[in-house]
Design a protein around this ligand. Structure first.
Ligand SMILES: Cc1cc2nc3c(=O)[nH]c(=O)nc-3n(C[C@H](O)[C@H](O)[C@H](O)COP(=O)(O)OP(=O)(O)OC[C@H]3O[C@@H](n4cnc5c(N)ncnc54)[C@H](O)[C@@H]3O)c2cc1C
Length: 324
């Protein structure tokens, strides 16, 4: 690796001061499970001169209920979220998503903020510089998306357009179904952004002088059910081929509201609005899971090698709806 200066952050204000002082030359680090790989492979031409360790900020790793809202600090570890009694009881879909990430080692080091902000896993984008030179592409600011005519079995089937890399974060999928918001702090103050608005097709909406400090999730109503399912090549240490998170709110046996999010099918978490419409207002025993599953992938336009993702997405949506 190239050398860099390392700061142990004492507070959020300390981070903001360093970001302002070394504008554009910094990188934030939490668990480092993604960032260190990005730096070692030198996938990007720019290399940070300063690394700011966020894990030394006291109290930014807590999980607590405040005013009917769960607040999870950005440096809360995925292992702690998966094991939290509060999360398991009130947000089982989030606990399942956290438990599904990578391996125990990754969950012990990886944090919520890092999981949401991790870089994509597209193999063209992440190609190491030392193995014959990094590959320029649309996502890096210059060149085509090589997945379009290349090896694209894990790429997007919906909404790819100029870049077909998928959002790799499992936590984002469960949090989107749970209507969570991300707290962002920068020099101008703080803002709360719905998680679906936190991403654009190439990255997050974070400015270089901002950081994530917290995620807030509203307490679901008593009659809410939720589920998270994920398909991956191996049961351990693998990213999702497709994932789904579903939240249904019921009045009696009628589905009053629904939120259905698909993961790893698009550059951002994909809200399957047509599938939601297929279940909303119906009696639970009248919900036709197969129709909702079909509606969930109505916008799919697969590439040469990834049409199989459509069937997996339909199966996961059906599985989630039939689990309630
Ligand atoms: C083998 C392997 C398998 C994996 N499998 C999965 C999987 O199945 N599902 C899945 O979702 N993920 C998976 N991952 C990714 C893993 O979850 C992430 O690497 C991890 O969550 C990142 O967290 P971190 O704290 O280590 O982040 P870091 O590596 O420290 O940071 C990642 C990025 O986020 C930025 N960042 C970190 N914290 C903040 C903050 N508070 N505000 C703003 N920016 C911030 C950093 O600057 C960096 O760009 C896998 C990774 C590996 C290596």
């Amino acid at each position: 690796m190239k050398t860099f200066k390392h700061f142990d952050a004492e507070s959020v204000d300390h981070v903001l001061a360093i970001l302002a002082r070394y504008h554009g030359k910094t990188a934030l680090m939490a668990g480092g499970t993604d960032l260190i790989g990005v730096l070692k492979s030198e996938i990007l031409p720019e290399y940070p001169k300063i690394i700011i360790n966020l894990k030394t900020i006291a109290g930014m790793n807590t999980i607590k209920m405040v005013d009917k809202e769960c607040r999870i600090g950005a440096t809360a570890r995925l292992a702690d979220i998966a094991a939290s009694g509060l999360i398991q009881k009130i947000f089982p879909a989030l606990a399942a998503a956290a438990e599904s990430v990578g391996s125990p080692e990754l969950r012990n080091m990886g944090t919520l903020g890092g999981n949401l902000c991790q870089d994509t896993r597209c193999w063209y984008y992440r190609y190491p510089d030392k193995m014959g030179g990094r590959i320029p592409c649309y996502r890096k600011g210059k060149g085509p998306c090589h997945a379009v005519k290349g090896e694209n079995r894990y790429h997007a089937i919906i909404g790819g357009k100029k870049c077909y890399a998928v959002c790799p974060s499992d936590m984002a999928i469960a949090l989107a179904a749970l209507d969570a918001r991300v707290k962002i702090i920068g020099p101008g103050g703080s803002r709360l952004v719905p998680i679906l608005d936190f991403y654009n097709v190439l990255c997050t909406i974070l400015n270089p002088d901002e950081m994530v400090t917290e995620v807030r999730i509203p307490e679901p109503g008593k009659n809410t059910v939720q589920a998270f399912y994920k398909n991956r090549p191996r049961e351990a240490v693998d990213f999702a081929v497709v994932s789904v998170a579903v939240r249904l709110e019921r009045t009696g046996d009628v589905c009053k509201d629904a939120c259905i999010i698909l993961g790893a099918v698009a550059p951002v978490p994909y809200r399957a609005v047509a599938a939601e419409e297929a279940v909303r207002g119906r009696r639970l025993h009248e919900i036709h899971a197969a129709d909702a599953a079909k509606a969930a992938v109505k916008d799919a336009r697969p590439l040469s090698q990834n049409a199989y993702k459509i069937e997996i997405a339909k199966t996961l949506v059906k599985r989630a709806l039939l689990s309630f």
